[in-house]
Design a binder for this molecule. Structure first.
Ligand SMILES: [Zn+2]
Length: 178
């Protein structure tokens, strides 16, 4: 089974979101963003996350336009173990995640950290959840000022019985801000 989340950007925000470096983030930068997202959310560590760099659409960044910035693909592999001695079979699930970052976008002008934090939120909460609050990092349109809201965190608690660490405002001090 494959589920999909698509994230959008409506317009380019303040110049304070600019990254130095190239238009497309490299593997190291993505790894750092992922580590920061893990720290910001807390919760159970999710390991099987890969990045893919692909052009998803034309990425029109003019004000008033909406473009796709990233998407998350989730695939779930179910394995059933049966036993000769009549014991009940055991079903296990293995989930892998691929975050695709749109290489048609100029990531010097987009909030990479919040994009990755958003997609990681889907991994913890599920692909169907979006916040109705534009200030939440789980709103379907990304900007650099959004944060993880208490109601977003509460969605993980619903999904996972594991106790969550509640980090302080990690995003405030992440390297993506200048
Ligand atoms: Zn989303």
């Amino acid at each position: 089974m494959i589920r999909l989340c698509i994230m959008l950007i409506a317009s380019v925000l303040s110049p304070s979101v600019e990254r130095s470096g190239t238009a497309t983030p490299d593997a190291q930068e993505l790894a750092i963003s992922l580590a920061a997202a893990r720290l910001a959310w807390g919760g159970p560590a999710v390991e099987d996350i890969q990045f893919r760099l692909e052009p998803l659409n034309d990425c029109d960044l003019r004000p008033g336009h909406t473009s796709r910035t990233a998407q998350l693909n989730t695939s779930d592999t179910q394995t059933t173990m049966a036993f000769d001695d009549g014991s009940p079979s055991v079903v296990s699930h293995h989930t892998t995640y691929v975050i695709t970052v749109n290489t048609a976008c100029d990531w010097r002008r987009l909030p990479l950290q919040n994009t990755i934090t958003h997609e990681y939120g889907h991994i913890l909460i599920g692909s169907g959840y979006h916040s109705a609050n534009p200030n939440s990092v789980m709103y379907y349109i990304v900007n650099a000022k959004q944060k993880i809201m208490p109601e977003d965190r509460a969605m993980i608690a619903v999904r996972s019985p594991l106790t969550l660490a509640v980090p302080s405002e990690v995003l405030e001090t992440s390297s993506n801000r200048h």
